[in-house]
Design a protein around this ligand. Structure first.
Ligand SMILES: Nc1ncnc2c1ncn2[C@@H]1O[C@H](COP(=O)(O)OP(=O)(O)OP(=O)(O)O)[C@@H](O)[C@H]1O
Length: 241
């Protein structure tokens, strides 16, 4: 459903993405993994139509992606919200944009799953912890049942136990609702545990796109092998190998 076809992006004078092609179907998860500066956030910006493509095209079900109202979980949790507004106002924005009312039942279910006390939503961004703000970002992304969710380092501010609960909640909702999920992360362990496919990005190019179970056993690219070896050395892949 999501098709990224041979895109090139320049930011300033820097070529940040070169001939990148990816695809992602409904109900599936694609993890985009790569070192800092590889172009992961630029890829998300390109999918959202926030940067100009020098070449190639990006579509969702054959039309421009913004028309499907993709949801974004931003990398910097507090910066994702209007600092002047209680978080609940920001959380309700995707529903307002659809002209729909927010279901109390869904709000309570998601807050329970994310271990977010409801009173946190009555505070402004500066009045909650970064980890809470990150989970509110996930709540806002999922509240309106979007068909496509782009997660930019969605668990980076959470402790290991909360990471696990949050990742499970996202996976459970995805099974029930069938959204397509693109996860950008440095964390190979998380990517390996929760994705169907892994795209390895380096210096703005896709080194390989490989089904996750195969990648864990035998990456196809030299850089994929180096990432896998490093992740094993850190103990990040033991649970999934
Ligand atoms: N607005 C910009 N102008 C010029 N260069 C930029 C701009 N934004 C990003 N870049 C450069 O583009 C490259 C890719 O950046 P990007 O933020 O996409 O990487 P990333 O893989 O998301 O990194 P990180 O994991 O550190 O967030 C980097 O070399 C970065 O310095």
């Amino acid at each position: 459903m999501l098709r990224v076809e041979n895109i090139c992006v320049k930011r300033g004078k820097v070529q940040t993405l070169t001939d990148v092609s990816l695809s992602l179907d409904a109900g599936r998860t694609l993890a985009v993994v790569g070192e800092s500066g590889a172009g992961k956030s630029t890829l998300i910006a390109a999918i959202l139509g926030l940067v100009k493509l020098a070449q190639g095209k990006i579509t969702w079900a054959s039309v421009a992606v913004p028309s499907c109202r993709p949801a974004l979980v931003m990398q910097e949790p507090r910066a994702a919200f209007n600092p002047a507004l209680p978080l609940l106002r920001s959380v309700s924005e995707p529903m307002v944009a659809q002209g729909a009312l927010m279901s109390q039942e869904r709000l309570v279910r998601l807050c329970d799953g994310l271990e977010l006390p409801l009173d946190v939503l009555l505070r402004r961004p500066a009045e909650v912890s970064i980890g809470q703000a990150q989970r509110v970002g996930i709540l806002r992304a999922l509240i309106a049942k979007p068909p496509l969710v782009l997660f930019d380092e969605p668990l980076s501010a959470l402790d290991a136990v909360t990471q696990k609960h949050t990742a499970r909640l996202i996976a459970d909702l995805q099974r029930e609702e069938g959204f397509a999920s693109l996860i950008v992360t440095h964390d190979l362990g998380y990517a390996a545990a929760y994705s169907n496919e892994m795209a390895i990005l380096r210096d703005g190019r896709v080194e390989e796109t490989t089904p996750t179970d195969i990648f864990i056993q035998e990456p196809r690219s030299d850089y994929g092998c180096a990432l896998r070896t490093a992740a094993f050395a850190l103990g990040a892949l033991e649970a999934v190998a």
